[in-house]
Ligand binder design. Structure first.
Ligand code: KG4
Ligand code: ZN
Length: 419
């Protein structure tokens, strides 16, 4: 990317005369609207989130998936409010902002355009530099966010914005799923009270991102980029959870509900493709496919297998065995993720693993990750799912464009960022 920086965010550097306290580095304001969450956040120059507003639209459930046009309209209605809330919770005005950033892609292009154009306009109005951020780089950069010191009351208020409807089912038992309760776990930053990290996670590490939109295994060697080790060849892991949940009569998004149902089931009751049982019996397992021996993922066959299972069972049998079906299905998804995370660690020779995306909330996945023996870093939940603090974190290490060089930038729906 070319173009010089006008202003900027430097550690400890004085600001350039456009507001904020002299000598105080200015903060980053970021927007993220790639799907159905309208997000804005302020990150300080040290990498600590001062606010992280996530407004989930909650209107797509009845359609069983996100409706792009509805998502765009909702973003448009509330984006300004969400930005205002992010600034006010961070106790800054635009005068205290040194860099504006937004997700450029991939995502729903109409939805992306709302946040991207709003951010460019905010930057242009102040002649601030602007950083266009790749959404997946954002998920990786969630690991670089410095957690606020616990309990001193000075951390960011991770509130959810207007109209917020946040995925509620935390753990199957209703407890906060991010609570660590096993003192032997080797979670990064383990402080004996919880598995919330207490420090940023520094490269190198392997990062597994599993959400409703993407499933990606990456090798992160620095703050600026990553190497893709594997990606899904069809559905994303969260999508597999959602589609399975739908077939089992659970709502959308169904990952958390499926996990709750699975808690009462036997994961060995059914053998689904991709599961450990399937691979070891060497039959119809995912390993018969060359790609599944590597680091790529595939969940389409699993989804079809559940459909066929359900067709074979009578209505009464299905009802009686729903929990077993859910547990076995969940087990196959988790097995597929774990096996590739393990291979990624082997291949890179690393023993440090970060996870992100909504599926990182899954208790079974987290239990299995603990058993890998690597140092595992899981950012706080509101940093794992789509959010703007992670976009600000990526922007902190990016090479921004100065005003007005970014005005012609466009959002992109799929693939890599255009050069
Ligand atoms: O990252 P995210 O909030 O949004 C994007 O897709 O970008 O991820 C949402 C996905 C959904 O597919 C949802 O079903 C899944 O994460 N999810 C879970 C759990 N909680 C959310 N999947 C499995 N177990 C969970 N506890
Ligand atoms: Zn995402």
């Amino acid at each position: 990317m070319s173009g010089g920086m006008g202003g900027g965010v430097t550690d400890g550097g004085a600001i350039d005369g456009r507001g904020g306290a002299v000598g105080e580095p200015r903060a980053i304001l970021a927007l993220e609207t790639s799907c159905d969450d309208t997000c804005a956040a302020v990150l300080d120059a040290r990498g600590e989130a001062r606010s992280n507003v996530i407004s989930s639209q909650g209107v797509h459930d009845r359609y069983g998936g996100v409706v792009p046009e509805i998502a765009s309209r909702h973003h448009l209605e509330i984006v300004n409010l969400v930005v205002e809330q992010a600034l006010s919770e961070a106790e800054v005005t635009l005068d205290g902002i040194g860099l504006v950033a937004a997700t450029q892609g991939p995502g729903l292009v109409g939805a992306l355009l709302v946040g991207f154009s709003t951010a460019k306009a905010l930057a242009a109005a102040r002649e601030l530099p602007f950083a266009a951020v790749d959404h997946l780089q954002g998920h990786v950069a969630a690991n670089f966010i410095v957690p606020a010191p616990a309990g001193d009351g000075s951390g960011p208020r991770m509130d959810h914005g207007q109209g917020s409807q946040v995925d509620s089912g935390l753990r199957p038992d209703g407890r906060d799923r991010w609570d660590g309760r096993d003192g032997r776990d080797r979670w990064e930053g383990q402080n004996g009270r919880s598995d919330q990290p207490t420090q940023a996670f520094e490269p190198p590490f392997v990062c597994l991102i599993a959400s409703g939109g993407h499933t990606l295994l990456t090798h992160v060697t620095d703050h600026e980029g990553f190497e893709v080790l594997g990606r899904t060849l069809d559905d994303a892991a969260g999508e597999a959870f959602d589609k399975g949940a739908r077939m089992l009569g659970l709502g959308y998004p169904g990952g958390a509900a499926l996990e709750r149902l699975a808690a009462d089931g036997d994961p060995d009751a059914f053998v689904f493709p991709g599961s450990h049982a399937d691979r070891t019996r060497g039959g119809k397992g995912a390993d018969r496919h060359a790609f599944a021996r590597g680091l790529n993922f595939s969940f389409a066959g699993l989804k079809t297998a559940l459909l066929y299972r359900l067709r074979e069972l009578s209505e009464a049998e299905t009802q009686a065995r729903r929990a077993d079906l859910a547990a076995s299905y969940q087990g196959a998804i988790v097995d597929s993720l774990i096996v590739r995370a393990e291979r990624g660690l082997e291949e890179t020779g690393l023993d440090r693993l970060a996870i992100g995306g909504g599926v990182a909330a899954n208790g079974e996945l987290r239990r299995r990750l603990r058993a890998l023996g690597a140092t595992v870093h899981v950012p706080a939940r509101e940093l794992c799912t789509d959010n703007a603090a992670m976009i600000a974190s990526a922007a902190r290490f990016a090479d921004p464009l100065g005003y007005p060089d970014y005005l012609g930038l466009d959002a992109y729906a799929t693939g890599e960022r255009p050069q």
